[in-house]
Design a protein around this ligand. Structure first.
Ligand SMILES: Cc1ncc(COP(=O)(O)O)c(C=O)c1O
Length: 426
């Protein structure tokens, strides 16, 4: 957004569970988990205590030639969550860096296997993977990508499996898979990896697809010897209903990128999980075959402790099961939107809800058909009504923390609807 168009900044003083509290006392229900990172509420005492205890013990140490209990324990627990299918973890501090690592590691693993010509990548129409140059190269959101086009190593873009298409979720998944096969038949010899956001493309506008697409990708990647990179930075950690989104398709990728919610939204952390075969491709006495990639805060002990506390909450509170009930509650409260003539494609995947505002409704509103103006008006209206909601253009979505009780769900649903009235006022 241009600075001159910016709405007044929200000056936050503190957080309290799912609530953010402004300096002026206004309480905002965090309906988007603060950019999809905050899973268990702000100022969560359990995560805070775990980080506090670690702070007294070891705040940071380099992970080159050193190791420590939090990073070992976290690696073991994450690998166990994949039933050891992805038994190796590589650490960084943010989502885009995890994508960079997966791309570099994929190319380098092929290179170590005697196939250096595999240096191209494929991504899915509308996918978003971060803002660094490597991540933007596999991102298909023109708003973020196009200004930097001259600097990028652009990926091949395959058709969208968007379930909203006329032939429905299965038809769309099949058609997109046919497009992947067409590309692989031509260029698999040069393509190292295909990167996908499993089940929901988030920043691209909460675009959902059938798990069939992921199964088809797995088959095609195996057949044509292309690595599959699952970007679960936004959709991992229970967001789609299972801990990893890929579980719903019954597949494991070759690389799985996690970030955002894994630390409960407490500290920057990202992890790339990968298979034995990839690990072994680097295992050598030759340093040119080694993966020489590091970040200063790689595997930071405080961030790993926050992640371990997050995994403890998942286990002890049976979060995935509890979310079934929480999700059903919010679903019922949002049901009237199905009857709202201004709303199209009300959709849900696990703890993500989204709908699109119809073009006619946008054109009749004061925003005059301008999607960004609508998003700003909606954001301001929601703030005034007591919630943090930030549409992507004319797509309104909810991604709440996994802690809302019935009355908070009611508040969120009522703000969602009332903000629509205000934002679409003529
Ligand atoms: C799917 C996906 N991948 C990658 C990223 C980049 O993560 P970060 O902002 O931590 O670099 C994001 C961020 O929104 C994302 O949603």
């Amino acid at each position: 957004m241009q600075v001159h168009e910016r709405l007044p900044l929200i000056a936050l003083e503190r957080g309290e569970g799912p609530w953010l509290i402004e300096a002026n006392g206004q309480r905002l229900l965090d309906g988007i988990s603060s950019w999809w990172v905050n899973l268990f509420g702000h100022a969560n005492p359990r995560i805070g205590a775990a980080v506090g205890a670690q702070l007294q013990q070891l705040e940071h140490a380099m992970l080159a030639g050193c190791t420590h209990a939090p990073v070992v324990e976290l690696s073991e627990r994450l690998s166990a969550l994949t039933n050891q299918a992805l038994g190796h973890c590589f650490y960084a501090s943010d989502g885009a860096s995890a994508i960079e690592i997966a791309l570099k590691m994929s190319h380098h693993a092929w290179r170590n296997d005697g196939r250096p010509e595999k240096r191209e990548f494929a991504c899915v129409h509308g996918g978003y993977h971060g803002e660094t140059l490597g991540a933007l190269g596999v991102t298909d959101v023109p708003l973020f990508r196009d200004v930097y086009a001259a600097l990028l190593h652009p990926a091949h873009v395959v058709a969208s499996p968007d379930a909203r298409q006329a032939d429905g979720p299965i038809g769309a998944a099949r058609r997109a898979a046919v497009d992947v096969e067409r590309l692989f038949a031509e260029r698999a010899g040069q393509i190292a990896a295909l990167v996908v956001e499993p089940l929901v493309q988030c920043a691209g506008g909460m675009v959902m697809h059938d798990p069939l697409f992921l199964r088809e990708l797995r088959v095609l990647c195996d057949r044509y010897e292309v690595h599959l990179i699952a970007d679960e930075i936004a959709v991992g950690c229970g967001r789609t209903g299972s801990f990893f989104a890929c579980e719903q398709a019954g597949i494991w990728p070759d690389f799985l990128c996690l970030s955002k919610g894994i630390s409960g939204g407490y500290l920057p952390l990202s992890i790339v999980l990968t298979r034995d075969e990839v690990y072994e491709a680097f295992y050598s006495t030759d340093s040119a075959r080694a993966f020489l990639h590091s970040h200063s805060y790689t595997g930071n002990p405080l961030a790993c402790r926050a992640a371990l506390a997050t995994l403890d909450i998942f286990e002890h509170d049976r979060v995935l099961q509890q979310n079934l009930q929480r999700g059903a509650q919010l679903d019922a409260l949002l049901r009237p939107l199905h009857e709202d003539a201004r709303v199209a494609n009300l959709r849900r995947c696990g703890m993500i809800w989204a709908f699109d505002v119809r073009r006619q409704a946008l054109e009749q509103a004061r925003s005059g058909g301008n999607h960004e103006a609508f998003a700003r008006r909606y954001f301001a209206a929601a703030r005034a009504l007591g919630a943090l909601l930030r549409p992507i253009g004319s797509t309104v979505y909810l991604m709440p923390p996994y802690v809302l009780d019935q009355s908070e769900n009611e508040h969120l649903a009522s703000v969602t609807r009332a903000a629509l009235d205000l934002a679409l006022a003529p």
